[in-house]
Design a protein. Structure first.
Length: 283
C-alpha cells in the first residue's frame, strides 16, 4: 500500500519525508489557500521536496470538462508527468476524465461519497479513486466500509484502478484499510505520526505537553502527570479512574478493565464495542 501526505505545509512535508516511507503528497484548494502563497509556487516547492518521480496530487478547480482538461494540461506541464489531476466525481468530471484518459494524462476521481461514484471513476480510467472516509462518517454512514465496498467493486470489475482513501480521523482507520489491501491512503501529518504512537507514550508526557491543551491549566497538568506516574504500580482500572476521564468513575473503570484487559485494546475499541458494554452506554 502506498502512503501519501495530505498537506501543503512544506515544513511538515520535509519532516514526514525525513522519517517515514512516504510515496507522495496530496493537496486541495483549501489547504493550498491556507499557506497564503501562490498555489503554483507552493506546488513547485513540494515537487522539489518529493523529487521528479514522487506522486503529487493536484485538484482541477474548473467547472466544465473542457476547462478541466485545459487546466490539467497546464498543471502537468508545470509540475511534471508524475502529477495526477484530481477530478470531482460529478457529470462534468466524468466527461473530463474520459477526455484526459484519451490524452494519456494521469488523474484520480475525488470527492467520492458513494460506491457508485468510485466505480464510475474507475470505469472512466481513473488511476485512483478517493473516498473521503471521515466525511462519509459525518454523513451518518460507515466511511471505512464504503471504502471497502469501492475497493471490492473495482477489483471485481477488473479495472486497472485502486483506492486512494482520504480524510481520516484516526490511525486505526488507516490500519483497517491497510489490512484490507487497498492501493493507497493519504493522511494528514498527525495521523501518519499517530501510526507509531501507542499507550506507552503516556509515560513520556511532561506537564508542559498537557498545558498546551485546551482547558488544561498548570495545576491540572501536574495532577495528570502525577496520576500517570502513580499508575505504573496500579491496575488498569485505577489508571482509568486516575486519568479523570469524564463520566469514568471507579465502577466504569473496573468494567472497562475487565472487558479489554490492556490500555492498547481499550484505545482500539470501536464506539459500537464501548456502547454495548453494560454501565457504559452511549459514548
Amino acid at each position: 500500500m502506498k502512503l501519501c501526505i495530505d498537506t501543503a505545509d512544506t515544513a511538515q512535508i520535509r519532516h514526514i519525508y525525513q522519517y517515514f516511507p512516504v510515496d507522495g503528497v496530496s493537496t486541495n484548494p483549501s489547504i493550498l489557500a491556507k499557506t497564503g502563497r501562490n498555489p503554483y509556487e507552493v506546488l513547485k516547492e513540494i515537487r522539489s521536496i518529493i523529487g521528479e518521480d514522487g506522486e503529487l496530487f493536484v485538484q482541477a478547480t474548473a467547472r466544465t470538462a473542457q476547462d478541466m482538461e485545459r487546466e490539467a494540461r497546464r498543471i502537468v506541464g508545470e509540475l511534471g508527468e508524475f502529477t495526477l489531476i484530481k477530478i470531482p466525481c460529478v457529470p462534468e468530471g466524468f466527461k473530463a476524465m474520459k477526455m484526459l484518459h484519451r490524452e494519456g494524462i494521469r488523474f484520480i476521481g475525488t470527492a467520492i461519497y458513494t460506491a457508485m461514484q468510485g466505480w464510475l471513476a474507475a470505469k472512466c480510467g481513473a488511476e485512483y479513486v478517493a473516498p473521503y472516509v471521515n466525511r462519509i462518517d459525518n454523513m451518518g454512514f460507515d466511511g471505512v466500509q464504503v471504502a471497502k465496498d469501492i475497493h471490492d467493486a473495482i477489483m471485481g470489475s477488473g479495472f486497472d484502478s485502486g483506492l486512494l482513501a482520504a480524510s481520516f480521523k484516526n490511525s486505526q482507520q488507516v490500519l483497517e484499510l491497510a489490512k484490507y489491501g487497498v492501493k493507497a491512503v493519504t493522511a494528514a501529518p498527525d495521523i501518519i505520526e499517530g501510526l507509531v504512537k501507542n499507550a506507552a507514550d503516556l509515560y513520556f508526557l511532561e506537564a508542559g505537553d498537557l498545558e498546551a491543551l485546551e482547558r488544561m491549566g498548570k495545576k491540572s497538568a501536574e495532577n495528570a502527570i502525577s496520576a500517570i506516574e502513580a499508575s505504573k504500580d496500579r491496575g488498569l482500572e485505577r489508571l482509568l479512574y486516575a486519568l479523570g476521564i469524564r463520566q469514568v468513575g471507579q465502577k466504569a473503570g473496573k468494567v472497562l478493565a475487565a472487558r479489554f484487559g490492556t490500555l492498547d485494546k481499550l484505545a482500539a475499541a470501536s464506539e459500537e464495542e464501548l456502547t454495548a458494554i453494560d454501565d457504559v452506554g452511549a459514548v
